[in-house]
Design a protein around this ligand. Structure first.
Ligand code: AMP
Length: 285
């Protein structure tokens, strides 16, 4: 039995999904012509497909799991269970307007024309705001619509915001946040598939967990050891090693990056030096 997982063949989420599976199983080799690939150790079969086709495959139950952007699920109203929210593909779906637009408040959107590739999400938003508008559906290059006088505003995915700026647009209102998600069809897995899914999730969780933490190594004055230990306890306490300089110790710990930056001034004031911050690839508790 194989656990079939569909990922996008191209695009931002496709590349990051492949990176995820390369971290799980380093022997994966995929080139432009690859449409499927097996991970025998985990009984996983990866299928690479166009993202437009994925909702159809979900509905038909052709695959067991899929990695897609949550925008696709919201837009197509596909009936699925989100198994894991992943850390990549984060973006927002926003209304953007020309720099010199007379639209200043949400109510100014009344009666306007919008260009978008996500008509259903936009329509739901307009409905909840009790606004009427005309929606022009485009499959891409939505940002060009206002300058072509086709639309007063657009609703599109924004990440850095550079595409908007390049097209003389400014972000006006965020409708929703999106990210890549691992989804499962609503049908229940039998025990064998549940077991395969468990093995996969253990590996994905190890990567998700590792993203939150950093491995920190630094030299500290021996006299401040108890203060450093209290501040940066880590998982089961820090690793302490002697240095040639007998007044100093090497202090290694695993802590969240946030906690590290919260304490950096204090650590330096206490005499920490030679601080190394290293990424962690996987973390299994
Ligand atoms: P940016 O210039 O970084 O704001 O990117 C905006 C353009 O990239 C838009 O045309 C979006 O459709 C596309 N884009 C950005 N982020 C994503 C994402 N996470 N998933 C799919 N498309 C995206």
């Amino acid at each position: 039995m194989w656990l079939r997982i569909a990922i996008q063949k191209k695009g931002r989420i496709g590349e990051r999904s492949l990176d995820l599976f390369k971290k799980i199983w380093w022997k994966i080799h995929i080139d432009d012509r690859t449409l499927s690939c097996k991970i025998p150790e985990l009984q996983i079969e990866l299928l690479l497909m166009r993202d437009d086709d994925i909702p159809w495959f979900v509905e038909k139950g052709v695959c067991d799991l899929w990695i897609v952007g949550s925008d696709l699920i919201q837009e197509t109203h596909t009936n699925v269970t989100i198994v894991r929210k992943l850390w990549f593909g984060k973006c927002r779906f926003s209304i953007a307007i020309p720099g010199d637009s007379t639209i200043h408040t949400l109510s100014d959107l009344q009666g306007k024309t919008f260009a978008t590739s996500f008509p259903n999400i936009l329509q739901s938003f307009l409905d909840t705001q009790h606004l009427q508008g005309t929606i022009i559906t485009m499959s891409g290059s939505v940002e060009i619509a206002p300058s072509m006088k086709m639309a007063d505003a657009i609703a599109d995915i924004v990440s850095s915001g550079n595409t908007l700026i390049q097209n003389g647009l400014k972000e006006f209102h965020t409708i929703s946040d999106f990210e890549a998600v691992l989804i499962q069809h609503t049908t229940v897995f039998d025990d064998e598939k549940k077991n395969l899914l468990g093995k996969l999730l253990m590996r994905i969780d190890a990567i998700i967990e590792a993203k939150k933490y950093k491995y920190i190594v630094m030299n500290i004055p021996k006299t401040s050891l108890s203060t450093f230990t209290e501040l940066l306890w880590g998982i089961d306490g820090p690793t302490i090693s002697p240095l040639t300089n007998e007044q100093m110790l090497s202090f290694a710990t695993v802590i969240s990056e946030e906690k590290f930056w919260e304490n950096i001034e204090k650590l330096k004031a206490l005499g920490a030096s030679g601080i190394l911050i290293l990424p962690i690839e996987k973390m299994i508790f």
